[in-house]
Ligand binder design. Structure first.
Ligand code: HEC
Ligand code: HEC
Length: 335
């Protein structure tokens, strides 16, 4: 009972945010707001960050880049249940999208990094991901004159530090927003942007209570919530959620509510990657978060609505990376 109260309080909160936090042009009483394109004010920093994001030499193997697991040609994910790390290690958890990650309240499923910059240092030195060290990654960059010059142009006189590396990557990530989805066009007043079935799906999404947790411009990403409010969620994945960060019993199995922006591209779903399709994910959410069993028709309409959340994907020329030199530490893919 108390759990249901929590959800309806969240719904009230969402409604309050919707009433007061919305730009005048948007459909003012909707719990979801449009995503706006970002204006970049430091193109040099962003260009550098883009190179680093695509550079596999930040990994020990010389083979894994941020883009390996957050592939910008595939919705910013790897479309695997859990990721593949250094030396083909099985990753512990599903890779969330980097698209619109700047809108998250914190980074990671359990929110253990507060900012994109703090997050970016993690994978480079994680033995199960890129398997390098910050010292080695910086040594690689320092051995490449074009990088030395580019860091100098962006940061002034510098020896290249991991702090600058993560700052540049985060600046690039902040540009990875996806405006102009059909749903946003509808929010901004283009009533023809959605079909009847999609609109009915949106009404179901709201009326069923999904917007209690999936709201705001990212349609999620702004709170931590229990996975399994009404019914427990069964999984073999050992992740404990927010509890791992706060050690508060009340946070056990609370996960950051994922953004539903571009969700048609970011399969498979949930922190364990166990829901293969959107239809599965919607069915599980209905049952275990809200105690609702959707008919096949209702499920299909909600899925149709969710597919309207795909926005403009990042688009730019593939960065060409400066070549290594004789001094560059050699890649070590197999140890
Ligand atoms: C081996 C695969 C892999 C690589 C390489 C990798 N990531 Fe990740 N990334 C993940 C996984 C898995 C998670 C979720 C981990 C968790 O929540 O515990 C994640 C989480 C994130 C998040 C948080 C998103 C959210 O919604 O919480 C961001 C941002 C991110 N990674 C950016 C990067 C950047 C930048 C790099 C390169 C420096 C990178 N990742 C390299 C697999 C990878
Ligand atoms: C009580 C809060 C809450 C409610 C209500 C809720 N969700 Fe979720 N949703 C979550 C959380 C938390 C997750 C991540 C759970 C996990 O991976 O362990 C999630 C995950 C999802 C995902 C998977 C996204 C991904 O990238 O993995 C979809 C799709 C989704 N929800 C749709 C819905 C729909 C549709 C409804 C309404 C029927 C709904 N949710 C209701 C909290 C909620």
């Amino acid at each position: 009972m108390s759990k249901r109260v929590a959800v309806s309080f969240a719904a009230m909160l969402a409604a309050t945010v919707a009433t007061f936090g919305v730009p005048a042009f948007a459909a003012a009483n909707e719990p979801i707001q449009p995503i706006e394109a970002v204006k970049s004010n430091n193109p040099g920093l962003i260009e550098l960050g883009k190179k680093l994001y695509f550079d596999p030499r930040l990994s020990k193997s010389g083979f894994i880049s941020c883009n390996s697991c957050h592939n910008l040609s595939m919705g910013g994910t790897d479309n695997l249940k859990t990721s593949i790390g250094h030396n083909w290690q099985q990753g512990p958890i599903n890779s969330p999208t980097v698209l619109n990650s700047s809108l998250n309240v914190a980074q990671f499923w359990d929110g253990r990094a507060m900012t994109l910059q703090e997050q970016a240092g993690g994978p480079i030195a994680n033995p199960g991901e890129m398997g390098s060290t910050h010292a080695l990654a910086v040594e690689v960059l320092r051995s490449i004159p074009e990088y030395v010059q580019e860091f100098k142009d962006v940061f002034g006189e510098t020896k290249i530090t991991i702090d600058e590396v993560t700052k540049a990557i985060a600046a690039f990530e902040e540009t990875l927003v996806t405006p102009n989805s059909r749903f946003d066009k509808w929010l901004k007043g283009d009533k023809k942007a959605l079909t009847t079935a999609e609109l009915e799906g949106y009404e179901l999404f709201k009326d069923s209570g999904c917007t209690a947790c999936h709201n705001g411009s990212a349609v999620g990403g702004n709170t931590f919530q229990k996975m399994g409010v009404v019914e427990p969620y069964k999984t073999n994945n050992p992740a404990e959620g927010r509890f791992a960060v706060t050690k508060e019993e009340a946070d056990r199995f609370n996960f950051k509510v994922p953004t539903l922006r571009n969700v048609a591209l970011t399969y498979p779903y949930f922190h364990d990657g166990e829901a293969a399709t959107l239809a599965d994910a919607v069915d599980v959410m209905g049952r275990i978060q809200l105690g609702k069993k959707f008919s096949p028709d209702e499920n299909a309409k909600i899925v149709a609505f969710l597919k309207t959340l795909t926005g403009d994907q990042p688009s730019f020329a593939l960065p060409i990376l400066p070549p290594s030199t004789d001094q560059t530490p050699k890649p070590r893919p197999f140890d």
